[in-house]
Design a protein around this ligand. Structure first.
Ligand code: IPM
Ligand code: MG
Length: 366
């Protein structure tokens, strides 16, 4: 059967540095589109603070509708100080959470791979990070982020309290663990499931369900680790990991930690996948303090486009081209501010995008 060649992509630039990094990523997307003879139509819409400004809600209905009708969504970043004091339910971050739950994006893949040229940009020693290639598989639509009951209330004696609920059902654990085992099969066949089973019943249950499911994946090695130990092991010996499977909140924390092993949070792409939809975004935030100054690193968003081709547009090569283009540009000593070091040449957001584009033009269609 011939592959589909026409696609619909919805783009949410968002806030802060979101629009600038997305612009560079779209440049790359267009190059690949023409190289592969595809036809990609792009719809842009506001979400986050931009959505709030446009419609009074961070996730406008029209934006969500566009996302539902797309083959994939590309998102920049949301949030900023301007919206920090508005009601919780209207904060820019609610757009992300709303998209994840409305689109059923339960599997968040966050690869942390170190580019050889950046080994010395890591805060860890060369021998600890050189060759690092791990993948965090984070559950994204359940756990404490979405559990009920939640809120802030006042007890009869007048004491105020805040509470959230960490809950996972068996089907929720099974479907995310399947993703982890399936991707591990295409990597080094090793899954480390991270929990806090010594304290939290819900994650003890998580461990039990993952262990049971493992019997259908006996070719993949499974280990379990408490989250505090995992946080330590990630800086002690991160190369012991292949796939880290974990809950929503632990994955949020561990993936930020893993990103720094690679030199900068500005380098990490991500894919959020569900049964019907998919969204791609850098793992970094909107960095309002550096917005509009040509200081943002567009590479995480550019690499996210590679993941989009791989997981949503059924094309493997663009991801490889993008990764190798990033490697050669970094190899030429070119750096954005966040990964700058002595003797390197600092470039702005747009120039970095242009250099990757130039490099990509040299890649041949097989
Ligand atoms: C992330 C972010 C989000 C999260 C925030 C912005 C809601 O930190 O994607 O990791 O906590 O999931
Ligand atoms: Mg996070």
């Amino acid at each position: 059967m011939s592959k589909k060649t026409e696609f619909n992509i919805t783009v949410f630039p968002g806030d802060g540095i979101g629009p600038e990094v997305v612009q560079e990523a779209l440049k790359i997307l267009r190059i690949i589109e023409s190289k592969l003879g595809l036809k990609i139509s792009i719809n842009e819409a506001p979400v986050g603070g931009a959505g709030y400004e446009a419609t009074g809600h961070p996730l406008p209905d029209a934006s969500l509708e566009l996302a539902r009708n797309a083959d994939a969504v590309l998102l920049g970043a949301v949030g900023g100080p301007k919206w920090e004091n508005i009601d919780f339910s209207l904060r820019p971050e609610r757009a992300l959470l709303g998209l994840r739950s409305s689109l059923g994006l339960y599997a968040n893949l966050r690869p942390a791979r170190i580019f050889p040229a950046l080994v010395d940009a890591s805060t860890l020693k060369r021998e600890v990070v050189e060759g690092l290639d791990l993948l965090v598989v984070r559950e994204l639509t359940g756990g404490i982020y979405f559990g009920e009951p939640r809120g802030v209330d006042t007890l009869e004696d007048g004491t105020r309290r805040g509470f959230n609920t960490l809950v996972y059902s068996e089907p929720e654990i099974i479907r995310i663990a399947r993703i982890a085992f399936d991707v591990a099969r295409k990597r080094n066949k090793s899954v480390c499931s991270v929990d806090k089973a010594n304290v939290l019943e819900s994650t003890g249950f998580w461990r039990e369900v993952v262990t049971d499911l493992h019997s259908s994946y006996s070719d993949v090695e499974l280990s379990h680790m408490y989250v505090d130990n995992c946080a330590m092991q990630l800086v002690r010996n991160p190369k012991q990991f292949d796939v880290i499977l974990t809950t929503n909140m632990f994955g949020d924390i561990l993936s930020d930690e893993a990103s720094m092993l690679t030199g900068s949070i500005g380098m990490l792409p991500s894919a959020s996948l569900g049964e019907k939809h998919a969204m791609y975004e850098p793992i970094h935030g909107s960095a309002p303090d550096i917005a509009g100054q040509e200081l943002a690193n567009p590479l995480a968003t550019i690499l996210s486009v590679g993941m989009m081709f791989k997981y949503s547009l059924d094309r493997e090569e663009p991801n490889e081209w993008i990764e190798s283009a990033v490697e050669s540009v970094l190899g030429q000593g070119v750096r954005t501010a966040d990964i700058m070091s002595d003797g390197m040449k600092q470039v702005g957001t747009k120039e970095m995008g242009d250099l990757i584009a130039e490099e990509l033009e040299k890649r041949n269609v097989a």
